[in-house]
Ligand binder design. Structure first.
Ligand SMILES: [Ca+2]
Length: 227
């Protein structure tokens, strides 16, 4: 831990002294990241770094270009630590993706509500996607699962409570538009109105999200969220 705490200050010194060879910073002056550091530590390092850089800038000791290099390096450190610290263990057949576990029931085709019940039995719920990255990870998993390209997969979105107000089963608002929702007859989904209130990944449209009648039978994509 101690090595990582002092490292950003070493980065500053290194960058300042190697202004003409910044391109080799990573290769020559970037030691391996410590695998056990936490997000709070990273945030503390970034905050302290920000304060010192502000002081240096005010004193005219550091150029905007050097500032950007340092910020880029620290951002990479933060992202690397996030990836390391967010890895969780998953039960049963679930597979870990960031802070969640996913399981696609490839051989099960049931209604949307039955899919929720199925996932509840496995300790989770139908999958929801916090952002485009989480969505992309789930699509990678589904596409690589071996199910046919014509298959369809239930996810945890619906507008059952109020037509047109699409929500995740987690209670969060569903995103609209690209890259989440696909197209139907050249129109952006959802387009089904009151007759289609449940969300699924449509294989024939690249597993993008479409709306459908909730009593259709699809494969459940279950998820356990840890954050
Ligand atoms: Ca609807």
């Amino acid at each position: 831990m101690r090595l990582v705490v002092v490292f950003p200050w070493m980065v500053v010194g290194t960058v300042l002294s190697l202004e003409t060879s910044a391109g080799s910073l990573y290769d020559e002056h970037f030691p391996p990241l410590h695998p056990n550091c936490t997000q709070s530590l990273t945030d503390l390092i970034l905050l302290r770094q920000e304060v010192q850089l502000k002081e240096l800038k005010e004193e005219g000791k550091v150029s905007p270009r050097i500032l950007k290099q340092i910020v880029d390096i620290l951002t990479d450190i933060k992202n690397s630590l996030n990836r390391t610290s967010s890895k969780v263990s998953c039960p049963g057949n679930y597979i870990n993706f960031g802070d969640t576990c996913l399981y696609l029931a490839k051989d099960t085709d049931v209604t949307w509500e039955a899919s929720r019940t199925y996932c509840h039995g496995l300790g989770g719920d139908l999958a929801v996607f916090r952002d485009a990255n989480a969505f992309a990870e789930a699509l990678g998993y589904v596409k690589g699962s071996g199910i046919p390209g014509t298959a369809d997969v239930w996810v945890g979105g619906n507008d059952l409570s109020l037509e047109g107000e699409w929500m995740w089963v987690s209670g969060e608002d569903m995103p609209r538009g690209t890259p989440f929702w696909g197209h139907h007859n050249n129109a952006r989904e959802p387009t089904g109105g009151t007759s289609q209130n449940c969300a699924f990944l449509k294989g024939q449209d690249g597993f993008t999200i479409h709306d459908a009648p909730c009593d259709w039978k699809r494969k459940p994509l279950c998820q356990i969220k840890h954050i």
